[in-house]
Write a protein that binds this ligand. Structure first.
Ligand code: SF4
Length: 350
């Protein structure tokens, strides 16, 4: 399989062009221009030696993922379906920030997902394969182009799209390095969040990786029983253990973990469950993001989930805040464009 520029680290690309007889020093300049251009180098400004551009164009693929479908929401959210070299498809989302000049991106780490979370559209298609680091970089570059087209800068990225990042961690870490690297994506560690449904060994490795990124944990229930119904990994890793490892991440990196909690009517949205969540977080520096469920049809179990009514959601938030937990509602984005993970791909037959 031919590689794309997005597949290379600086060192790897230096080695490649050196093997073609060109000075390795051109590699960093060329990749910097490629990242800056959102996946298109400014060849004229680069003034490369004769023959290098032709060699690159004949030996490498143009991109690591082509935009196969694009949907734009009334709120400015753009969802992309990227077709990979083997025909598989993944989703990436650009979300305008409330600050006028900024945007956030959401990146997939796997094609499909093996986790089987009951309320997730991606789960229904099953797992296809892990993405390479270059395929994640390609999503970042496509989102950077989208943000620019909207007059914004892509300032943050979350690995929260299709797939479980901790089960493809080596490639995720490599993609994070390139996206954050001051010579390539130039985003910085602080601007990157890696999410998980609570895969404890991966969380430990992330904390030990030395990459100072943020961690988001999709908890969605304060007790093991409810969690196991919603998230099959909940049967393997206990809530206490997950939070203990998230706390260790906080100590190691100084980054406050985000607890993601999607409120589902009659499942996990009672005041008693809010109280239990507060008890779990006592003495831990963590913030809670409450999410509104974006309906995706029947889950793998056949159960149909509904978003919490406004009053129940407000009461849940009030319990958390009333007992000193930092908690916010994350504004739903792109509801009119199937912005829940896996929905666009499902519709596009990806
Ligand atoms: S919620 Fe995330 S981890 Fe769970 S099935 Fe969907 S993509 Fe996979």
């Amino acid at each position: 399989m031919q590689q794309a520029l997005a597949d290379f680290s600086i060192e790897g690309f230096e080695a490649l062009i050196a093997s073609w007889g060109f000075k390795p020093s051109h590699a960093a300049r060329l990749l910097a221009s490629y990242y800056e251009g959102g996946g298109a180098a400014d060849w004229d400004a680069l003034a490369l030696p004769a023959g290098l551009r032709g060699r690159i164009e004949s030996e490498l693929r143009a991109g690591a993922g082509e935009v196969a479908a694009r949907r734009e929401s009334d709120d400015g959210t753009v969802k992309l379906l990227l077709r990979l070299h083997d025909g598989r498809a993944v989703e990436a989302v650009m979300m305008p920030d409330f600050r006028g000049e900024r945007a956030a991106g959401c990146i997939s780490s796997q094609a499909g997902c093996a986790m089987g979370c009951d309320f997730c559209a991606t789960a229904r298609g099953g797992f296809e394969r892990n993405l390479g680091a270059g395929e994640m970089v390609a999503q970042f570059l496509a989102l950077r182009r989208e943000a620019r087209a909207a007059g914004r800068r892509l300032r943050t990225v979350v690995f929260m799209g299709m797939g479980e990042p901790m089960l493809n961690l080596d490639a995720v870490l490599e993609a994070v390095r390139r996206i954050a690297d001051n010579r390539l994506g130039r985003l910085g560690w602080r601007q990157v969040t890696v999410s998980t449904v609570g895969i404890v060994p991966g969380m430990r490795r992330l904390a030990e990786s030395g990459l100072n990124v943020h961690l988001a944990v999709s908890l969605h229930a304060p007790d093991d029983g409810t969690r196991a119904l919603l998230l099959p990994p909940g049967r393997r890793f206990r809530v206490e253990e997950i939070l203990a490892v998230a706390a260790a991440h906080q100590v190691r990196t100084g980054r406050i973990p985000i607890i993601q909690y999607c409120l589902l009517r009659g499942v996990n949205d009672s005041p008693a469950q809010a109280g239990r969540l507060v008890d779990l977080l006592a003495g831990r520096r963590m913030h809670v993001n409450l999410l509104r469920y974006n309906p995706t049809g029947a889950g793998l179990s056949g159960r149909i989930y509904e978003p919490s009514p406004d009053e129940a959601a407000a009461a849940f938030l009030a319990v958390l805040r009333g007992r000193g937990v930092v908690a916010h509602f994350r504004k739903p984005r792109g509801r009119d464009i199937d912005a829940a993970c896996g929905q666009l791909r499902g519709r596009a037959g990806g």
